[in-house]
Design a protein around this ligand. Structure first.
Ligand code: ADP
Ligand code: MG
Length: 396
């Protein structure tokens, strides 16, 4: 059985017009001899009636914190509604489709509500539906725990649902349909000349996803890599080939830089050494308090790093408690310049710094690894910086 997992994101299922295009994708797959397994997200984005954020606005913040189980049940509704609407659409074209919650589709998670980890996938139900010649339409982003409570697996989780089903069903490939042609050299909302990346390795795309490109969830990349299932990102609105993510990567592609992504809401912190011993223990203390840090530079008399804005108040309270003094720059963005071919090539950092200096953009900090160079800039300059770097490396 040639199984094909096809996941459709929020914008792809938001209107009837778009859902008709989804039906075409599913019908085409069927006509080509595949057995499609459809995964759907909640319909639309923030502000739309059945989008997850809209559902969340129906209950109080205190209730959310005190009742994670109820919160998950509410959050799962958007995807559940979507499965039924999609089945309705498929049925109207004479296709027999069966709506399934994540739990009914066999996705078993731990009890870490709101951010549950998938422990196991029982494919029995899906396989039985496929064997009857019908199409399972699975609600993304959700599963059930050992007590049969509905859980959700974190934002962007429908990508993870698709990847885990692709792996469990040993699919020919996992297709992620969205509102762009595939993975581009930069977010097309920021860089109008961004171009499509046709082929890319799991490793490179993991960097993209992990460093802020929201087009695919990093866990979905990890799972597909582990089980060696090709992951293909495509546009619901057209027939473009999209981006193929596989172990083969992009053989023959010569550019040293593959693309650029970024992450907002970073706060740069500088802490000077004082006589207090807590300076030496600072990183341990932050780890114990679950504050993750990055872009870490340690000097004899100073430590510089960044944290997420959401941890800032907690961080300030901690610092006060342990008698350290810090200075900080809020509203920073971390730009990631990614390319597996930059290893060992001299002068890449120099080109980056020159391109940004030309635009009078101050670089607050840098770091590099074998595949990525990071630059921290103030958020008001991030779009200009990404465009300048995109031009410098001729990615358009
Ligand atoms: P969906 O609802 O289909 O899951 P998402 O909003 O999660 O869609 O992801 C698609 C969006 O990701 C695009 O609209 C685009 O703005 C954004 N994006 C960010 N970086 C990139 C990139 N490098 N290539 C393509 N899209 C990107
Ligand atoms: Mg998404």
């Amino acid at each position: 059985m040639k199984i094909l997992v096809q996941k459709f994101g929020g914008t792809s299922v938001s209107t009837q017009e778009k859902r008709k295009l989804v039906v075409c994708k599913v019908m085409n797959a069927k006509e080509e001899g595949y057995f499609p397994v459809v995964v759907v997200s909640a319909m639309g984005r923030k502000g739309d009636p059945y989008a997850t954020d809209t559902l969340l606005s129906l209950i109080d913040d205190n209730f959310k914190v005190a009742n994670p189980l109820a919160l998950d049940l509410l959050m799962s509704c958007g995807e559940t509604i979507s499965t039924v609407i999609m089945c309705n659409e498929l049925n109207s074209k004479g296709i027999d489709a069966v709506p399934l919650t994540g739990g009914q589709a066999g996705i078993i998670t731990d009890c870490n509500y709101n951010n549950a980890a998938i422990l196991n996938v029982d494919t029995k139900q899906i396989l039985s539906i496929l064997q009857k010649g019908k199409i399972p339409v699975v609600a993304g982003f959700q599963g059930k725990d050992e007590n049969n409570y509905i859980t959700t697996i974190g934002r962007g989780g429908s990508d993870v649902t698709a990847a885990i089903l692709g792996a469990a069903l040993n699919a020919v490939e996992t297709q992620i349909y969205t509102d762009v042609d595939g993975i581009m050299t930069a977010d097309p909302r920021i860089v109008s000349e961004a171009t499509l990346i046709k082929k890319i390795s799991y490793d490179e795309i993991f960097q993209f996803a992990d460093q802020g490109a929201k087009v695919i969830h990093p866990r979905a990349v990890e799972i597909s890599r582990k089980y060696n299932i090709p992951l293909v990102i495509k546009n619901t609105m057209n027939n473009c080939d999209g981006t193929v993510i596989s172990n083969l990567g992009n053989e023959g592609y010569e550019s040293i830089i593959t693309g650029i992504t970024h992450m907002n809401n970073r706060v740069q912190i500088k802490i000077c050494k004082n006589s207090d011993s807590s300076y030496e223990d600072l990183f341990d203390i932050l780890a114990e308090n679950l504050i993750s840090i990055d872009l870490i530079n340690v000097f004899p008399k100073e430590k510089i790093f960044t944290i997420d804005e959401k941890d800032f108040i907690k961080f300030q309270n901690l610092i006060k408690e342990i008698n350290l003094v810090c200075s900080f720059v809020k509203e920073c963005s971390k730009i990631s310049i990614i390319g597996s071919k930059m290893r060992g090539i001299p002068g890449v950092m120099a080109r980056i710094l020159k391109a940004l200096t030309r635009e009078k953009i101050e670089v607050l900090q840098t770091a590099d690894s074998h595949m990525t160079i990071w630059c921290l800039v103030e958020t008001e300059y991030v779009e200009g910086a990404i465009n300048a770097l995109h031009r410098e490396f001729k990615l358009g």
